[in-house]
Write a protein that binds this ligand. Structure first.
Ligand SMILES: [Zn+2]
Length: 375
């Protein structure tokens, strides 16, 4: 059982490795025990130190580790914030193993972080999360900055807004100074010529990101709530059949002209054989007019046909687009930041931000196209 310190399997936490310490199981096979890996343990101590004593956020810690080339346990890509949060949450660092929902008794030989530092770290990281929500400072989410990058414009002067990640220092009640990040969007004009734009010098990135995400979700919800057949029906409705009508009209004109030419030719033959007294020169003079009519009709037919082909292509494209839209609508909420960014870039052409945080989003896809009057 776990009480004897035997490792029960699963992934070995960062800071530890498995070793044969000479113990045998009931079948007299050597068992593996969890032991501290001193190299990794040093990194664990550093992570706790950075978070608690240096005021680092989890994202900054990942950057620090990645910049130093420190590998993750299984060397699967770079360190991520989720890995850091899981790490500082793992009671193994104070010597307790997970036993289902409960914890094992303390194994002193497995403790890397002292109880006090471990508790403070939890407090600091979780406390920071609540603090941030309240004050709209978001050092945790540096990925949000690029979420809307290149899409935001200042409504006051039309210039692009750029993302800025500043920091501010706060004195905590215990006297320690902690550094917080504040993400914002700033107007280019305002930056270079403070009098060149009447808008504010900075917008809270979190407020804008949240408001934009809300609008995008609303857009996607509308899409999601329309049955897909209706969407496809709408896509088909875009074709008013004008080209089909034009094609049939041209075809009729073509056959009409063809019939008249045939009739004229018959008359010409009869004139030649003396069956009628029609002057052949009159027939010949009428011929070019009908030939021209026929050729014209033929050109109109080809033209209408090409347009019909084009419509067919567009309809195929619209169907593909609808399929994509629906899958985005379904995936968006649970999507990784990368995927979200891709979806937003594909959905949104530009976003204008007003002084009062008014937000106008221009979508690449018109809702009217699919929904009629909705949105
Ligand atoms: Zn501006």
């Amino acid at each position: 059982m776990i009480e004897d310190g035997q490792y029960r399997g699963g992934l070995v936490p960062y800071g530890y490795r498995l070793e044969q310490l000479g113990r045998m199981n009931k079948k007299n096979k050597p068992v593996l025990d969890l032991v501290i890996d001193q190299d990794e343990a040093a990194i664990v101590r550093e992570i706790f130190h950075l978070l608690v004593n240096k005021g680092y956020g989890t994202v900054r810690v990942t950057k620090y580790l990645n910049d130093k080339g420190i590998k993750t346990k299984r060397n699967k890509g770079p360190w991520r914030g989720t890995a850091i949060r899981a790490l500082i949450d793992n009671p193994i660092y104070i010597g307790h193993m997970h036993m289902g929902e409960t914890l094992s008794p303390k194994f002193e030989n497995l403790q890397i972080i002292d109880d006090d530092l471990f508790a403070r770290c939890q407090e600091v990281v979780k406390g920071r999360a609540t603090f941030l929500k309240k004050d709209m400072t978001v050092p945790e989410r540096t990925d949000t900055g690029s979420l809307l990058s290149g899409l935001l414009y200042c409504k006051e002067c039309g210039a692009k807004l750029y993302y800025s990640h500043g920091t501010s220092k706060r004195k905590m009640t215990d006297g320690t100074i902690r550094v917080y990040g504040r993400e914002s969007y700033r107007c280019y004009t305002k930056l270079n010529h403070p009098n060149g734009c009447a808008g504010p010098s900075s917008y809270s990135a979190e407020l804008i990101n949240d408001a934009v995400l809300k609008e995008i979700r609303r857009f996607l919800t509308v899409i999601r709530d329309i049955p897909q057949e209706n969407l496809l029906e709408k896509a088909r409705e875009k074709h008013d059949g004008v080209n089909e009508v034009a094609y049939r009209q041209a075809e009729q004109d073509y056959f009409e002209a063809h019939k008249q030419i045939t009739a004229l030719e018959e008359q010409a033959i009869k004139a030649l054989t003396g069956e009628n007294s029609l002057d052949i020169s009159i027939v010949n003079s009428m011929m070019p007019k009908y030939r021209e009519k026929m050729e014209q009709a033929q050109r109109r037919m080809e033209d209408a046909k090409a347009k019909m082909e084009q419509e067919k292509e567009q309809s195929k494209e619209a169907r593909r687009e609808i399929g994509e839209l629906v899958s985005w609508a379904e995936a968006f909420d649970d999507a990784e930041p990368e995927t979200r960014r891709m979806i937003i870039a594909r959905l949104v052409e530009r976003i204008d931000i007003g002084a009062d945080y008014s937000i106008s989003i221009r979508f690449r896809i018109s809702m009217k196209q699919y929904t009629g009057d909705v949105a």
